[in-house]
Ligand binder design. Structure first.
Ligand code: SF4
Length: 169
């Protein structure tokens, strides 16, 4: 069994490293490059999660959370994906909450706000909700509309984790 004791484990929403899976193939220039630059400064294992929307539907238009909820089978699919993710991370020592980088306003991967109808409400995405039913997570949000601010937020988390991690080595 691989516990990867010398690395911080960070779970990543899929499109942070592969933006071609985003709805309407939206690309935010340099966001992935800046993220990788940040991650390369830490001894880190990046666990890229699957993209629920792309796996279920492939190329698609943007939808709100309530629209996704109405698609037959999609909620169940998110639950099954969350089961697989939970199984997958068992190979790490999972006593503490796993940091998960979520995506601002995503119907599946947000940890702060979601679009319901034409309005935005406080709430989490469908996959994040299912994951939280199964495992302990420390959620930190990445906003493709605010890349610099998001990178700073992540840097803060990584520094905090790194300090604790070094003490255990
Ligand atoms: S936010 Fe989640 S569902 Fe949306 S593209 Fe990224 S990984 Fe896929």
């Amino acid at each position: 069994m691989d516990h990867m004791p010398n690395k911080l484990i960070i779970l990543l929403s899929h499109c942070l490293l592969n933006q071609t899976t985003r709805a309407e193939e939206t690309i935010t220039a340099l966001a992935t490059e800046k993220l990788l630059q940040l991650f390369s400064s830490y001894p880190i294992h990046l666990e890229q999660l699957s993209c629920p929307e792309f796996l279920f539907m492939g190329k698609r238009k943007k939808r709100t959370k309530d629209e996704w909820e109405k698609i037959p089978g999609f909620k169940k699919f998110c639950g099954e994906l969350a089961d697989q993710i939970k199984e997958g991370v068992k190979r790490f020592d999972g006593k503490e909450a796993f940091p998960l980088v979520t995506i601002a306003r995503s119907p599946c991967c947000s940890s702060g706000e979601v679009h319901i109808g034409k309005r935005i409400f406080a709430g989490k995405g469908l996959l994040v909700e299912e994951l939280e039913k199964r495992m302990k997570l420390e959620l930190v949000e990445f906003d493709f509309r605010r890349v610099a601010e998001s990178i700073e937020r992540l840097k803060f988390l990584l520094e905090k984790k790194w300090v604790v991690f070094k003490e255990k080595l």
